[in-house]
Design a protein around this ligand. Structure first.
Ligand code: SF4
Length: 311
């Protein structure tokens, strides 16, 4: 697409959104042209909360399906659209509600903490939700004598065990993109970029995390905390171990600094199914609407609200 075609389509999309009273949300891992046309760019829960606070009648979520569901749970009165129903998530797909019910039955009395990357059905079976940014606070708020079932990301769970000193019972799910970031990627970059800080998402493989822990110029951070950290840091160069879409936002929000992915192929194909054409069609043809059963949404909302009450 030429620059002129791109600009023309972005203007068409903005015009359609205005006419439809819709707010466009883009996850940090979306392609740059989607991020640039969105009203808000961020992580899944932050976006859903921002959208819930707007007066817009509709939300178009440029992200994956569980994110659009979360937006619907928090804004049941709004229409929520996703431009492509194929935008799934390998991590959210690693556990369903039946599997969680069976796991709970094996651990009576345990507290269930679900990462936000889960379906509405799984959230509804959970006591607490968490994000990578607040997971530590959620775990630390649960009485020490209670068993905790943590799901679905095993690497985030292992990182939580390390930083809280708490033993968790962990579901063995993973995100194929973050699990694919290997210790070699970390050591190679540390060797080749001695002037840079390394930012590692806690979903990355535990061996990669261990390498990051071993260095004093590395940080293990959620995507939103990566943005805050790089804006405040006096450093000029950063290596980034997460999905490469975040680089565009980092460059915009911390201009004058250099950001490089530790792996160019750390790309989520589900996130990248969303294109400008599909976003335009979604607004024009009012598709694809994401619905969550109201009773299920109410239960899932409780798990999100318990998380928010922890702060
Ligand atoms: S990057 Fe991983 S966790 Fe995020 S949407 Fe893609 S598959 Fe799911």
């Amino acid at each position: 697409m030429t620059t002129l075609e791109l600009t023309t389509m972005q203007e068409e999309i903005r015009g359609l959104a205005r006419g439809r009273d819709a707010v466009i949300l883009a996850h940090n891992y979306q392609v740059p042209e989607i991020q640039d046309v969105a009203d808000f760019v961020g992580d899944s829960l932050g976006l859903s909360r921002q959208a819930a606070e707007t007066d817009a009648e509709a939300i178009v979520f440029c992200g994956v399906h569980f994110m659009a569901e979360t937006a619907k749970i928090l804004s049941p009165e709004k229409t929520v659209l996703i431009p492509d129903l194929e935008a799934g998530c390998s991590l959210a797909a690693s556990i369903d509600a039946d599997q969680l019910r069976a796991w709970k039955a094996e651990h009576p009395g345990a507290v269930v903490v679900s990462y936000v990357n889960t379906t509405a059905e799984v959230k509804a079976e959970s006591d607490y939700c968490c994000t990578s940014g607040n997971a530590r606070a959620v775990i630390e708020a649960i009485p020490a004598e209670r068993e905790i079932l943590f799901l679905p990301d095993m690497y985030l769970g292992l990182w939580l065990e390390r930083v809280t000193g708490r033993k968790l019972t962990i579901w063995l799910g993973e995100c194929h993109v973050h699990a694919g970031i290997r210790p070699d990627d970390i050591t190679r970059w540390e060797r080749e970029a001695p002037d840079a800080d390394l930012l590692v998402h806690p979903e990355c493989g535990c061996a990669s995390q261990a390498m990051a822990f071993a260095s004093d110029r590395t940080q293990i951070l959620s995507t939103e905390k990566m943005i805050d950290f790089t804006k405040r840091s006096p450093k000029k160069r950063f290596l980034v171990a997460t999905e490469t879409g975040i680089i565009h936002r980092l460059q915009k929000e911390a201009p004058g600094k250099t950001f490089e992915p530790v792996r160019e192929d750390a790309v989520c194909r589900f996130m990248k199914t969303i294109t400008l054409e599909k976003l335009r069609d979604s607004l024009r043809d009012w598709k694809h609407e994401v619905d969550v059963d109201p009773a299920l949404a109410a239960k899932a909302r409780q798990a999100l609200e318990r998380m928010v009450s922890i702060g």
